[in-house]
Ligand binder design. Structure first.
Ligand SMILES: Cc1ncc(COP(=O)(O)O)c(C=O)c1O
Length: 436
């Protein structure tokens, strides 16, 4: 090429949650029976959509209007419905124009970070859901600026770390919060959210709050919505969607709610640029927006959701009870979403450890993948676990963190199988750490 055509942030775009699938599929072809515990897709893990929900969608499919474009911001009646739900919380007051629909939050995330001035940074958590950290880093063409989620304090944000980063890095313009969090499964207490809002107010920053798992909490916790604590000064973008809750990830439907959007002219201009980007693209998916209020207000929706959440609660406790006693591993009980992050204690992993692999071609494939000094120690563990047991998890180091560990989902529906998977992981960790 006579001129460099590669974007400055191209190197920042990695998504190990799906990358690991390539390795899993390769091993599958060699005869390994894979348990896919890597991706947060309830449908892929066998979640059945109830008939009453399908009926609502079928009825909408019969209506020609659902085949057309919709307004750029999204269907007005649906935005009015969402605005009413937010206003009922008694905090931030918004109207339909403060809401913009996207083709899934993935689309929202790439536009929210993509239309931020290159030199303005949003501080993101570490570990971090990669779609956020990669999009933010790619927009800046640099490593993400991160604040610590502390595994020794229930994975809560380290407020002092946030304050210090903001104090010493004038490029920071915003703070990202994911609550409940992916990949840790933590649900933050209200006082932490209030502290972050105070920091934003004191330093003239805006907040991005990803609440896609907002209604999926358990073990006695609830996630305080940002709308309730934001007050009337700090500009914020709250992200929500139907991928996890309904669950309908294939609908590609999510939205942003803008709080205090008129408080700051520069923030207003920025949000307008995001809207204009959507306008250039025309609009987002029409069908899921059409049915959203009907599904969420259906009398059977709350029971349906509650049953699923009960199952995640049981799984969170089974997983915690099995892994908490594994020497060399640190885990916290998951209280929201459907992920658990496990961390190996410092210095326990090395580049000699292995797990037994009976099949020669499987073993050779894995050995080929883990050679070289650049392979993170937890990635090596994850590959050996996959080849030896078929359990597919994601290395924690691929979530913008130096911590070594893995993220696993709590989505397996068969509880006996779920328990077996976690016992297998526990045994494999013991064996792996002993091996060298
Ligand atoms: C925290 C978080 N935000 C956003 C998304 C993406 O959601 P969507 O399917 O709407 O793109 C995910 C998906 O796993 C997620 O975990």
């Amino acid at each position: 090429m006579r001129t460099d055509i590669v974007h400055i942030g191209a190197g920042e775009l990695t998504y190990e949650i799906r990358n690991i699938v390539n390795v899993g599929e390769k091993l599958q072809k060699l005869g390994v029976r894979v348990n896919w515990e890597n991706i947060g897709d309830p449908i892929a893990k066998g979640e059945g959509i109830p008939d009453w929900m399908k009926e609502i969608v079928v009825e909408a499919v019969r209506d020609n209007a659902t085949y057309g474009y919709c307004p750029t911001r999204g269907i007005l009646a649906t935005r009015q419905y969402i605005a009413e739900q937010v206003n009922k919380l008694g905090g931030a007051q918004i109207d339909a124009n403060d809401i913009i629909f996207f083709n899934g939050l993935g689309d929202a995330i790439s536009k929210v970070f993509g239309f931020l001035k290159r030199t303005a940074r949003v501080i993101v958590p570490t570990p971090s859901y990669t779609t956020h950290s990669s999009a933010e880093a790619a927009h800046a063409g640099d490593r993400p600026v991160t604040y610590i989620l502390d595994p020794n304090h229930l994975w809560y944000p380290d407020i002092e770390d946030i304050e210090n980063h903001i104090k010493y890095n004038p490029a920071v313009a915003g703070i990202l919060i994911i609550n409940p969090d992916n990949p840790t499964g933590a649900v933050y207490p209200e006082h932490i959210l209030r502290d972050i809002v105070d920091i934003a107010e004191k330093n003239d920053l805006f907040i991005i709050c990803d609440e896609v798992y907002q209604n999926m909490t358990y073990n006695g916790t609830t996630a305080t919505p940002m709308a309730k604590v934001i007050g009337n000064k700090v500009p914020a973008i709250c992200m929500r969607g139907i991928s996890k809750e309904m669950p309908w990830p294939g609908s590609r439907c999510g939205w942003i709610e803008v709080y205090n959007g008129h408080r700051d002219p520069m923030f207003e201009k920025y949000v307008n640029s995001i809207l204009n980007a959507k306008m250039v693209e025309v609009c987002s998916t029409t069908l899921p927006q059409t049915v959203l209020p009907k599904i969420q207000t259906h009398p059977r929706y709350p029971t349906y959701l509650a049953e699923r959440i009960k199952r995640y609660e049981r799984c969170s406790n089974i997983a915690y009870d099995i892994l908490k006693d594994v020497k060399g591993l640190h885990v916290n009980r998951t209280n929201g979403a459907f992920y658990m992050s496990a961390v190996f204690l410092d210095g326990l992993l090395n580049h000699r450890q292995t797990l037994p692999i009976a099949d020669d071609s499987v073993r050779k494939t894995v050995e080929g993948l883990v050679t070289g000094p650049d392979v993170a120690p937890d990635k090596r563990f994850v590959y050996y676990l996959l080849a030896s047991t078929g359990v597919c998890v994601v290395p924690l180091s691929s979530f913008a963190t130096d911590l070594q560990g893995f993220r696993i989902t709590l989505l397996e529906k068969d509880e006996e199988e779920f328990t077996k998977i976690f016992k297998t992981i526990a045994e494999s960790i013991k064996q792996y750490l002993r091996s060298a």
